[in-house]
Design a protein around this ligand. Structure first.
Ligand code: SF4
Length: 465
């Protein structure tokens, strides 16, 4: 007789790295026969994977735990905020267990204690690629945990420890399984992707019967053999990033670099405890673009860091004008409990932070709009994310999911057009651009694969400006 499978509710908060942790936990529990409930009421126990990076994220995590307790009552906490068990228990004494980030075994043990697994061979099946929480056609690939830097605004090294890289063979086998299961885009993530393998002294490991070094260049080249889009996130501009340019020029990895610059003023970078040679970085960017003209550079910045003067901020805006980055996110500095930056003098008043943020965003919007306008009239390859009767939402090589823009395409009027589904790679003619998004129509419809359109939510045809 088949026993009823225990059901888990999952609330996953935070960054893609936390999402990957959730996926590992889900994969493990699914392999043991657990099922997952979409609502609190249907769950035997609720797992909350928390974020503890910013104070606002910590509050969101505490609120999510409170909601899960109120709605279900049986709650296990994990993730970054889980590293601070006392804080969690102080706010929510009734949680069943609190475990920190990457403590997979402790989370699984806590779930076993709350609701033991029902052993049933039919429930123990798990897809070979694991269970992804992202849409089926793209997946995050975590290549390392932790970080060897000690940026003064960040507590990640304290919560996640020093850099710990996965052997190249292990990463490549996971990537291979994902691609075999239908993943078309691999999003390489870590805290510091350029430092990959430093802790392993770049040791070789076996993949497809040959040695591959645990080094970003070698890993990227090997990932490029899998035939999926390979997008690199959290890359720091170490010298060996130059070696990625030939791979991008030859199409082995996407011409896209996500580099968190955070600031440009040497004084602010020093206070942030980050490398401070932004002049050299400008020269590197120019050289990269000369080698790979279509290179997209994405970055994030913090304004209003303690001690940031108007001169520092003006330096940042000038640098931004010079760098002409394609995609940029900007945060107003927020103290994070336990971060060294909290002890720095000269905090920037909130009104000044806001004013600088507004000026920063206005500058970048203008740059971004001008750079995107260069795509108008071009025919580019895009990956389809959503389809409905109004149109198609896709992304170009310039757009990472969730954080960058979209390419909105009109649905073809012709009855003879093949059906398009999420994950298809199609060519699009771009006829319009805004600050963040592109608009156009399908090209070469005859070359696209025939598939049944997927049912999905309504597609916004034009994004609100
Ligand atoms: S590089 Fe700096 S900001 Fe990024 S995780 Fe490491 S310490 Fe934190």
């Amino acid at each position: 007789m088949t026993k009823t499978a225990p059901k888990i509710g999952l609330v996953s908060l935070g960054c893609p790295k936390a999402l990957v942790d959730s996926e590992r936990i889900v994969t493990h529990l699914r392999a043991e026969g657990y099922e997952f409930s979409r609502d609190y009421a249907g769950a035997d126990v609720v797992l909350v994977n928390t974020c503890g990076f910013l104070d606002s994220a910590r509050q969101e995590s505490l609120d999510a735990i409170g909601e899960a307790l109120a709605e279900n009552g049986k709650v296990i906490v994990t993730g970054c905020l889980g590293a601070e068990g006392d804080l969690v228990r102080e706010h929510h004494p009734d949680v069943l267990a609190v475990t920190g980030p990457q403590q997979y075994e402790a989370v699984i043990d806590a779930v076993h204690r709350a609701r033991p697994p029902a052993h049933d061979p039919y429930l123990d099946l798990v897809p070979p690629q694991g269970v992804k929480l992202t849409p089926r056609h793209y997946a995050y690939l975590k290549i390392s945990e932790g970080c060897n830097h000690r940026c003064s605004f960040c507590i990640i090294p304290r919560m996640r420890g020093d850099l710990a890289s996965r052997p190249a063979g292990e990463v490549l086998r996971e990537a291979e399984r994902l691609v075999k299961a239908g993943v078309k885009e691999l999003l390489v993530i870590s805290q510091d992707t350029s430092a990959y393998g430093v802790d392993l002294r770049h040791a070789e490991s076996d993949w497809r019967g040959r040695p591959v070094r645990a080094h970003l260049t070698d890993l990227a080249a090997a990932l490029g053999e899998l035939g999926a889009w390979v997008r690199l996130h959290y890359v720091y501009p170490y010298p060996h990033v130059d070696q990625l340019m030939p791979l991008m020029a030859e199409g082995q990895v996407l011409p896209y670099l996500d580099i968190p610059f955070q600031h440009a003023s040497p004084t602010v970078l020093k206070a942030m405890r980050r490398p401070a040679d932004q002049e050299k970085v400008l020269a590197r960017i120019a050289a990269w673009r000369a080698a790979v003209p279509d290179l997209t550079i994405r970055s994030t910045f913090i304004v209003g860091f303690p001690g940031e003067t108007e001169a520092d901020f003006a330096f940042l805006l000038d640098w931004l004008e010079e760098a002409q980055l394609d995609r940029v996110g900007c945060f107003k500095f927020e103290p994070v409990e336990g971060a060294a930056a909290n002890d720095l003098p000269d905090p920037v008043p909130e009104a000044v932070k806001q004013e600088r943020w507004d000026r920063f965003m206005a500058t970048q919007q203008r740059i971004s709009e001008a750079r995107l306008a260069r795509q108008v009239g071009r025919t580019i390859e895009v990956i389809v994310d959503e389809v409905d009767e109004d149109g198609i939402v896709a992304r170009s090589r310039m757009d990472a999911p969730e954080i960058d823009g979209c390419v909105f395409l009109d649905r073809p009027a012709s009855r003879g057009m093949p059906a398009i589904a999420p994950g298809d790679l199609v060519r699009a003619v771009i006829d319009e651009a805004s600050e963040y998004d592109l608009y156009g129509t399908l090209a070469d419809a005859g070359e696209t694969r025939l598939r049944k359109p997927a049912a999905g939510r309504a597609v916004p045809r034009r994004r609100a400006q």
